[in-house]
Unconditional design. Structure first.
Length: 148
């Protein structure tokens, strides 16, 4: 399973709960990799917008389980990470797994934050390399999964 190979077997959820990465996979499901950090002002502006989109989109009929977001932190320390992640409604790559964070960042050529990349959950292939702009231009997700 490409997503498990990419992100590891376990992700972290709210309150530090471990979540099987494989639970995010399936036909018609997508995973958004959200590269962000507490110290980044544009990230702190975009995160609430993304959280609102995520909450509204996943509540709609037929969209439950269609999109999961995984926060990939560029925070400088665990305290910054915890403070920033505590209000996020999605999963994250465990902060301690810095090697995997580096590998994921390199694999997708992430050069700046915030960055949101949408993947097909089964193949791990990129569906949308720059999904951040679509959150603002398609706030109800009518055209999701976005392509570019």
């Amino acid at each position: 399973m490409a997503l498990v190979e990419l992100l590891g077997e376990k992700l972290q959820g709210a309150g530090g709960v471990e979540i099987e990465t494989s639970s995010l996979c399936g036909s018609g499901k997508y995973v958004g990799l959200y590269f962000s950090a507490h110290w980044c002002p544009p990230c702190r502006m975009f995160t609430p917008e993304l959280a609102e989109f995520y909450d509204e989109f996943t509540k709609k009929d037929g969209n439950q389980g269609k999109l999961e977001i995984v926060f990939v932190s560029s925070d400088q320390n665990a305290d910054q990470f915890k403070d920033y992640f505590k209000d996020m409604p999605w999963k994250c790559l465990p902060f301690a797994d810095r090697d995997r964070k580096g590998a994921v960042t390199t694999k997708f050529g992430v050069r700046g934050i915030p960055t949101l990349i949408i993947l097909d959950s089964e193949s791990g292939e990129i569906v949308c390399k720059d999904a951040r702009g679509h959150v603002g231009s398609d706030p109800d997700g009518a055209k999701f999964p976005w392509k570019n």
